[in-house]
Design a protein around this ligand. Structure first.
Ligand SMILES: [Zn+2]
Length: 310
């Protein structure tokens, strides 16, 4: 069984167990609430009496209640599954905290790769990229600029709700030198807004322009973020659709992290190239995962190697 399959099964098993546990809890919690809401100002004893008689003699009122409860539980289960999925996509193994990385170290036969999109959320192109990813059933990783997220909070929520992983790409996307206070403002403020809007507490930081020596990356490492660079640069911000595709294909490898942009300017070429990039990588045998998932695969590999040595 490949690592990816194992990871996928683990995700499924986790989600199922979680839903089962919380679902049964919710049935217990929502049942009395629904009964109460259908009784105008019911004293406590009356609720019990009514619910007992309804259980003994089912009637249409009770069926309606059952239906309402069923719908509510189903809705909650969906919400929980989504939350669980989001959490799984963004949890980062501890050994990658506080370091800078360019890709995951995987066995070359484990062809997993992570698509990443920087400088959003951005009108139109973020939505177009979300649509392409959804159509291809792919989870990707988005590194947001705080002030763009502040301008387009609904777009940000859409990305997070679709189950993609989220990283911090600073508040202003400047290339200045920062002292620690300045770096803290750029990074902390963005992380707070991401959490406030999406509930995701990100532990990934990508420095604007990939600059590692202007104070931002140092602060991020100190605060235990994984500083996530890339191994395949599409150069989509300055080249043609065809050559950005070739850039990705030439540099793609197992464990690779691909840099593209959904925001920060006109990204129509990225949108145009993406379906072809996905098709071609698939034909070469690649599976698409988020950056945290890619690092979870590396962590799992290491664990297996250690067990094998013992
Ligand atoms: Zn950027």
């Amino acid at each position: 069984m490949t690592n990816l399959k194992r990871l996928w099964r683990r995700r499924k098993a986790l989600t199922t167990a979680f839903i089962a546990a919380v679902g049964s809890f919710l049935v217990g919690v929502t049942l009395p609430i629904d009964l109460r809401s259908n009784q105008p100002e019911p004293p406590q004893t009356q609720v019990v009496a009514v619910s007992q008689s309804q259980v003994q003699k089912p009637n249409s009122n009770f069926n309606r209640l059952q239906q309402a409860i069923g719908q509510r539980v189903e809705f909650s289960q969906q919400a929980i599954a989504q939350l669980q999925e989001n959490r799984f996509n963004s949890s980062l193994p501890s050994q990658f905290r506080g370091i800078t990385l360019r890709q995951a170290r995987l066995d070359p036969k484990h062809k997993a790769i992570a698509l990443t999109f920087d400088d959003g959320p951005w009108p139109t192109t973020t939505t177009q990229i979300l649509d392409i990813l959804k159509k291809n059933k792919i989870k990707a990783t988005f590194f947001w600029v705080g002030r763009y997220l502040q301008t387009h909070p609904e777009l940000g929520k859409q990305v997070a709700n679709a189950g993609h992983a989220i990283g911090n790409h600073s508040w202003n996307h400047n290339y200045y030198k920062y002292n620690e206070d300045g770096a803290a403002r750029e990074i902390d403020r963005t992380t707070s807004l991401i959490e406030e809007l999406t509930g995701v507490k990100t532990s990934m930081f990508r420095p604007p322009g990939g600059i590692l020596n202007n104070g931002l990356a140092a602060y991020a490492e100190k605060k235990n973020y994984a500083v996530v660079m890339w191994s395949a640069d599409s150069l989509d911000w300055r080249t043609t659709t065809q050559s950005l595709t070739e850039n990705v294909m030439r540099q793609a490898n197992a464990g690779g992290i691909v840099l593209m942009h959904d925001g920060g300017g006109n990204r129509s070429r990225t949108v145009e190239a993406l379906p072809d990039i996905i098709d071609r990588l698939r034909k070469e045998g690649y599976k698409f995962v988020t950056v945290p998932e890619l690092l979870q695969m590396e962590a799992q590999n290491l664990k297996q190697q250690e067990t094998a040595k013992k």
